[in-house]
Write a new protein. Structure first.
Length: 246
């Protein structure tokens, strides 16, 4: 894969020392995890309730068993493995160039790939917390049980993910804002940039290397310094992984 855009991105990465990556569901689709808003995404499917309703805090509280039935069936992918995008970003961090990964995903694949500085805006499905005593449980507590998972204290266990009607974690948002503000290169990939307040974070970027790697248009395209309409795994794998092998 070769194009003027790919060549330019390669040069930008080679000359950068403070890269921040901001990604969404499209980063994980190549790992077999469906996104939400594409034509064949989760939100296009039909259920008794809309997915937005079933993934809300009020639904979790009032219809906990139904929430978990949907959550186990459609939101958990314990066998998913990091793809070239995740691995490339982890390698870029090991080289000292990438300072932070900011993700809207809850699948934990960036961490599985080896990234250390990961800011999970919407939490992680790998962590689950008792709503009563706050004990933390691994993913297996959800996948290896049925019905409503309960803590040893008798409390209901909730996934450590941000549901609709919940506010994002203020500390993580603050760290993400600072990371983007300080970045000399901001790479955005696999996101429609339609989910707020997360998408609003990129407005804090002050550099002149705003790079968008996305198959479809986004509301921020007009502000980008470089746009690549291609699979993010293919792009980052070509630029970072192949170069490292050479």
């Amino acid at each position: 894969m070769s194009s003027p855009e790919i060549k330019k991105l390669k040069e930008i990465i080679e000359n950068a020392n403070n890269i921040v990556f901001f990604g969404g569901a499209g980063v994980s689709t190549e790992s077999g995890i469906p996104d939400f808003r594409s034509a064949d995404g989760l939100f296009s499917e039909r259920y008794k309730y809309p997915p937005e309703t079933m993934l809300s805090l009020s639904f979790f509280k009032s219809n906990t068993e139904e929430f978990y039935r949907f959550y186990r069936e459609k939101m958990l992918y314990p066998d998913a493995k990091p793809n070239d995008a995740h691995i490339a970003l982890a390698n870029l961090e090991q080289q000292g160039k990438l300072k932070d990964v900011i993700t809207q995903n809850v699948d934990g694949l960036h961490t599985k790939a080896g990234s250390k500085n990961v800011l999970e805006l919407h939490g992680s499905a790998l962590r689950n917390i008792c709503m009563t005593c706050k004990e933390i449980y691994p993913l297996e507590k959800i996948t290896q049980t049925t019905g409503i998972p309960l803590c040893g204290c008798g409390g209901t266990i909730k996934p450590d993910v941000i549901l609709y009607e919940e506010a994002l974690d203020a500390t993580i948002m603050q760290k993400a804002t600072k990371a983007i503000y300080d970045a000399d290169v901001l790479i955005i990939g696999g996101t429609s940039l339609n989910v707020y307040p997360a998408a609003g974070l990129i407005n804090y970027y002050r550099g002149n290397n705003l790079i968008l790697i996305n198959k479809s248009e986004t509301p921020q395209d007009r502000y980008a310094d470089l746009i690549i309409r291609e699979s993010i795994g293919k792009v980052l794998g070509e630029i970072i992984l192949k170069v490292k092998e050479d």
